[in-house]
Structure formats: C-alpha cells, structure tokens
Design a protein around this ligand. Structure first.
Ligand code: PEP
Ligand code: MN
Length: 417
C-alpha cells in the first residue's frame, strides 16, 4: 500500500508564511548592507551616526505606508524603531572597532559594569584608574554598586545638561511642568500656555503611560507626541515625555527634547541601553524600591552606552508610611550630589499624591538644593485622565513659577489647599 503525502490547507498557509518570513529576513539583511554603506559614507564625511530628523522622516514614511495598507501605523513605527535602534548599534560597533577609537578605548575602566562601554564619557573627565578609585566612598567590594562614569571622582566639576537654551544643573533651578498625560490638543495647549506664563522651562506630558492597571488610560501614543511637540513649539518650551520600550525610543526621540525613564523602568536594562544610544538628554527617575546606589548604577548604563546628558529625578520611594502616595526622600538630593556629577531634580507630585501638599514639597526640594522641580498641572485637574488628585491647578502653577523668579519675595501657595 503506497502512502501519499497530503498537504492540508493549514499546512499550505503555513508554508506561505514561512516563505514570506524568509523574504522578510532577506530584505532585512539587504537593508543592513545598505546601512553599512551609509556608515562608510558618514565616516568619509565625518558625520555623526544619529540623525533624529532623518529618523523622524523615515518613521513618518513607513507609518504612512502602513496606513495606506490598512495596518496599524503605531505597530509599524515600533517595528521600525527597533530596526533603527539596531542599525545605530551596528554603526557604533563598527566605529568602535576602528583604529582611532581603539586608541581612545584605553580610557575605559576595566571593571565597568556596562557590557559594551563606549570609550569616553564625553566630558573629558580623567578616567578612573580602577573601579574602586572611581567610587566616592570606600570600595566595599560590591561591583554591582560601582558607577565609574557617573561618580564624582572627588572633582568639583559638574555635568550641566543643556536642553535648547535651558541649563539643567547650572546656577538656577529649573521648573518642568505639565499634565501627567497628554489628553487632547486643547488640554495640552492650555497647559503649555500656563507653563510658559509661569516661567516654566520645560513642558512635560506623558504619551506612553505606565499604568498599574491595564484598564486605565494608556496614553495617546504617537498622536500624543505630535500634540506635545506642537504645544512646545507654539509656546517656546522644550518637551519631555516618557519612553516605555526600546522600540519606541526612535519615535520619541524624533519628537521630544528629553527622554524620561519612569520609576517602573529604572532597571529596564535594554531600555537604558537604548536611550544611551539616543542623542537626546535623559531624565532618569528613581525606582520606587531603588537605593541611591542602584539608581546611580542605572544612570551608568545610559552614560556608559554613549549618552553623557543624563539628569536624575527623585520622585519618592515606598516606605511603611501610607499617608502620602510615596515618601519623598529629599535626603537623596545632597547624597546624590556628593556621589555623582549628574544634576538632580525632584518630582513632589508623584511622591505626595495630593495636590495640596505639593507646594510645600517644592519649597523643600529647592531648599535641599535640587537643580529643579517637576510638577504635574492640568487645566481641569478633577477631570484628568491620570493622576488628577496630585495635579496642580494652573493658578497654583503660576504661584509656584514665582519661586523660580529672582525678583520673588513673597509667594502665596494657598490656592490648592
Ligand atoms: C510620570 O511622570 O507621569 C510618571 C509615571 O512618574 P513615575 O515614573 O515617577 O511614577
Ligand atoms: Mn503622573
């Protein structure tokens, strides 16, 4: 009896998928070959590897094609975000392999915790002779707590992160403000107008939201990024927004001036590496369960992967206290300033969880010597889609703005009480 192999319709469909996937990978390989050609051309011209405008153009282009074909533009943006991120990594690895960079890599501390450190920290600081030398306190033999690139190294030199014309970590404290989430064009424009009028320096607004419940508002995604960028441009404010996934870094960096790493992602190492490769300043929030040393080691990932423009944000930690949403650990401000050259700002909104406590904590943060403060403010706090209870009214934001003006002698912060 002879056996005939019958191909079922399901098997046939799977064969077709296998064929498409093979062609997909072949196209990707072809794309990488072109990336190598581009890298060579950039080397000849001495051009930098990253070009956020070009990346924005490319992502817009593929998103438009996706829309034309009835696919989700967000999905296609994310897929291409990953591809772009790997292309940059590949180009950086090629450059590091070249003789010029090999010389510079003599500066790399041997025991760096970062698995692919770049040659210098970009600040021309003398590199530490060893990890132990790099620590600003005695070596306790725990290499997980070492952060040679971000440690003070006993110098008085400090990093100033420049965002447009705003200096974070300079002489004057900065005010970062805006709604927890970008909700609509009208909402973000009204918030931006108030932030500018209050003398705020940066506009914040979440587009990709890390919500505890999957049923809570997750943010407007790419659409929110466009609205935030529009509002920032309209009122002359650089913008900061959170990036949640490595695949989103290219899209967010194309629209935002500062990339925020949220508390829940402080130790998301692939994400830290991805923003380390971006050419945008990064604000790294302290994890709610993280020690100061773990926070600084997380910053080391970003700096060690090529991005020296990092500032820290204390946003409260979990303690036994339940009266406030978190406990604002203001003692971290002087401790961090002793241990690292990176600037540190404070976010009292997420720590307090209640708007009426925020003004006092803003004063306290400035008193502790923070380089700035980030607060949440909303045109209608009670209707906010996220973090309404802790969001300031725009009137109180205006009063808080006065704390940042050198002419201020008295500020009435009672409006939200
Ligand atoms: C935020 O800034 O909106 C936010 C989600 O903050 P955190 O990561 O500190 O909770
Ligand atoms: Mn929030």
């Amino acid at each position: 009896m002879s056996t005939t192999s019958t191909t079922t319709p399901l098997q046939e469909a799977r064969d077709r998928i296998d064929d498409i996937d093979r062609r997909f990978v072949e196209l990707l390989a072809e794309r990488y070959a072109v990336v190598d050609d581009i890298c060579e051309l950039k080397d000849e011209e001495g051009d930098s590897i990253k070009d956020h405008d070009r990346e924005a153009e490319l992502l817009d282009h593929v998103a438009a094609v996706a829309e034309e074909k009835g696919l989700s533009p967000d999905l296609v943006r994310r897929l291409f975000g990953e591809i772009l991120s790997h292309s940059v990594e590949r180009q950086q690895e090629r450059r590091q392999g070249e003789p010029d960079d090999a010389d510079a890599s003599e500066d790399v501390p041997e025991a760096s915790p970062v698995d692919a450190p770049v040659p210098t920290n970009g600040h021309g600081r003398p590199a530490p002779a060893s990890t132990a030398d790099a620590l600003s306190r005695p070596d306790d033999g725990d290499t997980d707590r070492s952060y040679p690139e971000v440690a003070r190294n006993g110098t008085t030199e400090r990093t100033v992160v420049q965002v447009g014309s705003v200096d974070i970590g300079g002489e004057d404290p900065v005010l970062l403000a805006g709604p927890c989430s970008v909700e609509s064009r009208d909402q973000i424009l009204r918030a931006a107008e108030a932030v500018a009028a209050a003398g705020g320096h940066l506009l914040r607004g979440g587009c990709f939201k890390p919500r505890t419940s999957p049923y809570s508002f997750q943010g407007l995604g790419a659409e929110g990024l466009d609205l935030l960028a529009e509002a920032g441009e309209r009122f002359g404010l650089p913008v900061i927004t959170e990036v949640l996934a490595p695949g989103d870094v290219a899209a967010v960096a194309a629209r935002a001036d500062v990339l925020q790493i949220g508390a829940r992602n402080m130790q998301n190492f692939p994400l830290l590496k991805a923003v380390g490769r971006a050419e945008r300043p990064v604000m790294l929030k302290r994890g709610m369960m993280a020690t100061i040393d773990e926070w600084l080691a997380a910053a080391e990932y970003v700096v060690g992967h090529g991005n020296p423009n990092v500032f820290l944000c204390e946003r409260g930690i979990r303690t036994f206290e339940s009266a406030t949403r978190y406990t604002l650990d203001l003692s971290s401000v002087p401790v961090v300033q002793e241990r690292t050259h990176l600037p540190v700002v404070v976010d009292p909104s997420h720590a307090a969880g209640e708007r009426r406590w925020v003004p006092a904590l803003v004063r306290a943060a400035l008193g502790a010597g923070a380089h700035g403060v980030m607060v949440e403010a909303h045109p209608n706090p009670d209707d906010a889609l996220s973090d309404g209870p802790q969001s300031l009214s725009l009137d109180t934001l205006a009063e808080i703005g006065r704390l940042f003006s050198p002419e201020t002698t008295h500020v009435d912060l009672s409006a939200d009480r």
